[in-house]
Design a protein around this ligand. Structure first.
Ligand SMILES: Nc1ncnc2c1ncn2[C@@H]1O[C@H](COP(=O)(O)OP(=O)(O)OP(=O)(O)O)[C@@H](O)[C@H]1O
Ligand SMILES: [Mg+2]
Length: 251
């Protein structure tokens, strides 16, 4: 069975895209077949971590949602970006980065039930061990649908009062949707904070599990989403934390 793993946050900029890509990369390096799908149709970004631009992306999730292509045609094999360390496979399904496509989808919308079909099709066609869904921040129809479909939901938050409030809303909704496995990931924790204390404070506040507290990292920030952290810094403690997250999301 394919694990459907959704990474979500109520507020923007928490690290969903970077965590999705790095966790996906680690799982593929460990020998698994992993898909990454960019459902952030309004502001797509995960392709950037794989050095893809408008000229290298043709068919997309967006064109599938309009019935202009099959979802299988939108799959890009990005295993090469893991260097020679890949034991498995990493596939990316990007959203369109054309301004006209984004304007069109904002104006006309799309049928969110098509997403369910897209997940099923890529899982089967690519024989995936896991499909990781990178999402738009906040809550909308497609987020709720994806939540309801996912086996594991990772809610990402920063140790910030605005994130805390938003996270409680996401948690409640996910519980109402009966998502079977919900886990929180605290990202960008200032080096000044004690990680164990942050973990127990968040676990207590939400009566939920924190998979990991990821510290703010200047190296990560400096990579500026241009590369995969775990490939550039395989021995960094942050890579160890990403491995812990990857393992947790797969169980
Ligand atoms: N632990 C970290 N330490 C330092 N910088 C980080 C860390 N995690 C992510 N970042 C940086 O934060 C920025 C936002 O990350 P990212 O795009 O992954 O967030 P996002 O949640 O996907 O954002 P959006 O909601 O806009 O989609 C990026 O510049 C990224 O490099
Ligand atoms: Mg993002």
């Amino acid at each position: 069975m394919t694990e459907l793993i959704m990474l979500h946050s109520f507020r923007g900029g928490t690290g969903k895209t970077n965590i999705s890509a790095n966790v996906g990369a680690l799982l593929a390096m460990s020998g698994l077949r992993i898909g990454l799908i960019d459902t952030d149709i309004q502001s797509p970004g995960i392709h950037v971590l794989f050095n893809l631009d408008e000229s290298s992306v043709d068919k997309t999730l967006t064109s599938y949602l309009w019935g202009e292509s099959g979802i299988e045609e939108a799959v890009i094999d990005v295993t090469e970006s893991l260097g020679d360390k890949a034991g498995g496979k990493l596939f990316l399904i990007p959203s369109s980065i054309k301004a006209s496509d984004i304007a069109r989808i904002l104006r006309n919308g799309y049928s969110v039930t098509l997403l369910d079909e897209a997940y099923q099709r890529v899982q089967d066609a690519l024989e995936l061990d896991a499909l990781i869904i990178d999402t738009h921040p906040g809550l909308n129809d497609e987020i709720l649908l994806s939540m309801a479909l996912s086996n594991t939901l990772g809610i990402i938050l920063r140790p910030d009062q605005q994130d805390y409030q938003g996270t409680s809303i996401s948690m409640k909704l996910a519980q109402n949707l009966e998502v079977s496995d919900i886990v929180m990931i605290v990202n960008k924790s200032p080096q000044l904070f004690n990680e164990e204390m942050v973990k127990s404070k968040v676990e207590e506040a939400y009566s939920g599990e924190v998979a990991a507290v990821v510290p703010h990292s200047d190296e990560m920030m400096a990579l500026s989403s241009a590369k995969l952290f775990v490939v550039e810094y395989p021995d960094d403690p942050l890579t160890g934390i990403f491995k812990k997250i990857a393992l947790r999301l797969m169980t």
